[in-house]
Design a protein around this ligand. Structure first.
Ligand SMILES: [Zn+2]
Length: 504
């Protein structure tokens, strides 16, 4: 190979000589050695030609036509002859080729960094393997981490905020160039001194936006006294929002009252609401047991428990599916066809082809710590004692029960139907007899403080009828907005709302 052709492949021939090149299908190995007559000591920079010893470094290089290249580089160790230098022996540096301790050439290192920046870790690793210079994903990510940062000019508008190394425990400070929208530095703490020091070493900041903490104000005053300090919009809105939260927390009773007032508008049972509640499984599709029993003259039973309602709804869904299977079968559908149509398994279709509706088998009974105490619990429920906490204490203290309280609570909840019905409250003389109304879940639930704050600051046009009433009631009856105005000064509330909406 001519020196010219080799020079285009190996650009370091001015300081290296190529001894041998071994080529195979899977690797190209170059044996090279340094030709520098002298080398400078890395500490004192004094050149030295006094050789101590030699050793061979193994460096990966850019592949040639997809074939990996390995350079076996013979480097020398030299004596430093400067008596004042603490280093006695040093290894010669070849900065054109590679950096100390590195196991790849500089140009391969840079190519890996470009690959990592363009593709990221895993995808970059796959590309690198395909190109003949394999590198792991972690290696590529390390290339990004070790890449030198481009110098950042001192910003004109500087944003300062704290950030958590560990939330609630240790915080640092982040500095952001607000015109270029880029973080430019991280400070190890959030003290005034650190910030002032940074500002002194980076003169030229004209505007500083910050939260309303005193330390940053002090730091900015000390480090850049001529800069204008601005409380930023984010923190103003955040502070206002915190005040609103505190206000609402004080008015939790008022919020419940407001929600109740909204619900009282709907005391007439809204058929759409009932239908929706049935669909949602919140109430049973069958008429409540209390109503059904009252109509046929038998003693009224207790309304179904949540679990029983859930069971009933489940059975209704299975029954509807059974009817559908029967209908499709009557229309001549095959088992596979029916299974495909209804998105169920063929085994289920076969089961539903039976003449009678296959009721779901009861769950196999598991042994429970409660088993020995069931007769006692049943007797207590029949006597009207259904206080689970009380029953658990009795079992624990007098009957040697060692299980959990939750187990007792669950059993009592599932078997409350054993209790005799409670006597209805005595009607007032002259009042019309009241029929027991089905208990529906409230149409408008009391919102959390967070949701209520959202409602209060939302655009009125985006609220539904109930939400608007709730906000109106809170605003008028409890003068929430009035309080906020008193705290922040007239006009703030309107401005806050606007800022808040923009923020969102
Ligand atoms: Zn030296």
């Amino acid at each position: 190979m001519s020196t010219l052709a080799l020079g285009s492949l190996i650009p370091w021939l001015s300081v290296l000589s190529v001894e041998t090149i071994q080529m195979s299908d899977c690797a190209i190995e170059l044996h090279v050695s340094s030709t520098q007559p002298t080398a400078a000591c890395p500490l004192c920079a004094q050149p030295s030609g006094a050789v101590h010893s030699c050793y061979v470094r193994r460096l990966a290089d850019l592949p040639w036509a997809g074939i990996p290249v390995v350079i076996h580089l013979e480097v020398r160790k030299l004596f430093c002859r400067n008596d004042a230098c603490p280093r006695r022996i040093f290894t010669e540096r070849l900065p054109q080729l590679t950096a100390p301790y590195r196991r790849q050439t500089q140009r391969l290192w840079e190519q890996q960094r470009h690959l990592a920046l363009a593709h990221g870790g895993e995808a970059g690793a796959r590309t690198a393997l395909q190109q003949g210079a394999p590198a792991s994903a972690k290696t590529l990510v390390r290339r990004i981490c070790h890449a030198p940062l481009s110098p950042t000019p001192t910003p004109r508008c500087l944003g300062i905020d704290d950030w958590a190394l560990r939330k609630g425990q240790s915080y640092g400070t982040i500095l952001v160039d607000l015109e270029r929208h880029r973080p430019i530095d991280l400070l190890p703490d959030r003290s005034a001194e650190t910030l002032a020091q940074w500002l002194r070493t980076h003169p030229g900041v004209e505007i500083i936006t910050r939260d309303r903490a005193g330390d940053y104000a002090d730091g900015a005053r000390q480090g850049a006294p001529e800069a204008v300090q601005v409380a930023d919009r984010f923190h103003l809105v955040q502070n206002a929002h915190q005040v609103l939260h505190r206000l609402l927390e004080r008015h939790s009773r008022g919020m419940r009252e407001a929600a109740r007032t909204v619900n009282q508008q709907h005391t007439q049972i809204d058929p759409a609401h009932v239908t929706q509640a049935v669909v949602d499984g919140e109430i049973s599709p069958s008429p409540p047991a209390a109503l059904a029993a009252a109509s046929d003259g038998s003693p009224p039973a207790r309304p179904l428990s949540k679990y029983q309602q859930h069971q009933q709804a489940r059975r209704a869904r299975r029954y509807a599916l059974y009817c559908e299977v029967q209908r499709l079968r009557a229309a001549g559908g095959g088992i596979r066809y029916i299974a495909r149509q209804l998105h169920i398994h063929r085994t289920t279709v076969l089961r539903f082809l039976a003449e009678t509706f296959p009721e779901q088998a009861a769950r196999s009974k598991r042994r429970s710590k409660l088993d020995p105490h069931l007769p006692y619990l049943q007797a207590q429920l029949r006597a009207g004692q259904d206080n689970a906490m009380q029953l658990w204490r009795e079992l624990r203290d007098a009957h040697g029960y060692r299980g959990s309280r939750a187990l007792v609570s669950r059993w009592v909840a599932a078997h409350r139907a054993l209790c005799p019905p409670r006597p209805a409250s005595r009607p007032r003389p002259g009042a019309p007899p009241q029929s027991p109304a089905p208990k529906l879940p409230p149409r408008f639930k009391t919102p959390s403080v967070r949701s209520a704050a959202w409602l209060l600051t939302a655009d009125t046009a985006s609220l539904d009828e109930d939400q608007a009433q709730f906000v109106e009631y809170l605003s008028v009856r409890f003068t929430l907005r009035g309080e906020a105005i008193r705290i922040f000064g007239a006009g703030f509330w309107r401005k806050y709302r606007r800022l808040y909406l923009e923020q969102r």
